[in-house]
Design a protein around this ligand. Sequence first.
Ligand code: GDP
Ligand code: MG
Length: 370
Amino acid sequence: TESLTVAELAKKLNREPSEIIKKLFLLGVVATINQQLDKDAIELIASEYGVKVEEEVVIDQTDLETYFTEDREEDLEVRPPVVTIMGHVDHGKTTTLDSIRHTKVTAGEAGGITQHIGAYQVKIDGKKITFLDTPGHEAFTTMRARGAQVTDITVLVVAADDGVKPQTVEAINHAKAADVPIIVAVNKIDKPTANPERVMQELTEYGLIPEDWGGDTIYVPISALTGEGIDNLLEMILLVSEVEELKANPNRRALGSVIEARLDKGRGPVATLLVQNGTLHVGDPIVVGHTYGRVRAMVNDLGRRVKEAGPSTPVEITGLNDVPEAGDRFVVFEDEKTARQIGEARKQQAVQAHRNETARISLDTLFEQL
Ligand code: GDP
Ligand code: MG
């Protein structure tokens, strides 16, 4: 609250406006009931009632990306798409993710031990696709709210026996707001009550018109349970990805986002990072959100130690001073000193911001406490 009218201030102080006007008059200010009072006047009156008004401190939240210069067109190379699966509860998001993972990850990979790091990659005909393993809108929106745009393609899972539901619509809105293309996976087609046609019909209302009906939305009938149509879905993802011309420059220091992070008893802060540009290496000095460090070890989605991770690759890293948050951005710096300086500055910012948040009492809450 930057300013208040006399009436508003009176209400917050639980006084009659006339009393405030009188007080102002005695202080040498002639005011009417609808007059806007500036900060000084508010503070003056507040102090008359023994109330201290604290000022909101604006923190310079310099975006990490400002340390990252743009790529030249000729340095860009095709990168794998990063896919998020969304849809209404119980429509089969988790089953779809599992189905893709088990048909594509376990097969051919020695050992086949998949590790949950919040994201995984599959390979189809030599082409990779990255799936964010945290289905649902929460992850998507939290990350977007924190400025991380990590998704290239959304797979909207709609159960063919249930049709369009509130969270289906929410998912569409999120994807549209983020300008992310949608592929519709019409799931549970194994069920006798499945009615894929109805799903298409209902979704046309939201602008998702099937190609067969003159639109440009790809619909893939699948059964996450039996695995039917999963290959087709993956092919369609690659198709859309080609159309999108997703590119990055693998020959530079990495930039990306935190997918998830936690404190591990033995290993300290552990974070799954999605490399969005450049290549991340073991030993890299890194600033992540409001913390920093040096990449000590990297583990991929198969639980294997790796030395580097290129664009669209998810890796779990250790070596940070603190636990970052999902959606935080990360940038690799050329030397440890710079990373430490910028990291420390950002850490201070965060500490300060937190302090202000807890100590700061906006005019609103302050007056409500009276
Ligand atoms: P989520 O909430 O969207 O993650 O949905 P789940 O993947 O947990 O699936 C909800 C329920 O639907 C579970 O009991 C699944 O076994 C079932 N289910 C998911 N996909 C299919 C499918 O293709 N066919 C059938 N018959 N059931 C499915
Ligand atoms: Mg689920």
